[in-house]
Design a binder for this molecule. Structure first.
Ligand code: FMN
Length: 195
């Protein structure tokens, strides 16, 4: 079961604060949307909004879904690093997470990843599922071939595992605070920095 508040105790204080922020900002529907920035093959930036789909059970990886035909996947195949920017309006705090991205598709070899991919697929609304059977995203309107419809997750459905390696946490208050957490081989180190 994938939940927004995974019960695993985070190894990193910044991730623990992110989980608190998710809880405190629950009243705002947009607390589940973050921006994910990548770099294209020509070095230019790309950015887009994604829905946060919870944490992988028992660990610190964030989950998102996308279409395998979308441009972001080509960008992530060049380098698997991306950056999330996430602002919580109620508590007025920003989290910027540098993440390593693993993409699980139909052809992936990892059984645990595939099992979670199926679980997330089954948990989607009909409207969310339908988009994966549309014509290829980003192509001129009306062109391309849609995938075959069915109950199982189609080839176009990808589950993204986003593993944080650096978290920059800015809190807007009378006295602003900013903390930077970084990990090397699983050990997190955090320090306060000038906002
Ligand atoms: C509120 C909102 C939520 C979105 N959620 C997702 C999502 O979860 N996954 C996704 O692939 N695209 C999502 N999109 C669409 C993306 O922002 C983007 O337009 C699309 O994925 C194509 O991006 P790309 O060409 O950079 O790959 C969302 C857009 C909005 C406005």
């Amino acid at each position: 079961m994938v939940t927004e508040q995974d019960d695993a105790e985070p190894q990193c204080d910044a991730l623990a604060r992110l989980k608190v922020a998710l809880k405190k900002n629950r009243r705002d529907a947009h607390h589940r949307y973050f921006q994910l920035a990548t770099v294209a093959a020509d070095g230019s930036p790309r950015n887009r909004t994604l829905v946060f789909r919870g944490f992988a059970p028992g660990d610190e990886r964030l989950l998102a879904i996308t279409d395998t035909r979308s441009e972001k996947l080509a960008e992530l195949s060049i380098g698997n690093t991306a950056e999330i920017a996430w602002y919580f309006t109620h508590t007025r705090e920003q989290f910027r997470l540098r993440v390593l991205v693993d993409c699980v598709t139909q052809s992936s070899q990892a059984p645990a990843g595939l099992q979670l991919r199926n679980e997330v697929w089954r948990g989607l609304s009909d409207a969310a599922r339908e988009q994966f059977f549309w014509l290829p995203p980003g192509q001129p309107l009306g062109t391309g071939t849609p995938p075959d419809a069915g109950d199982a997750a189609p080839d176009t459905f990808a589950l993204l595992f986003l593993t944080p390696i650096r978290i920059d946490h800015l809190v807007l208050a009378k006295v602003q605070t900013r903390r930077l957490a970084q990990t090397t081989e699983g050990d997190w180190h955090e320090q306060s920095i000038n906002p």
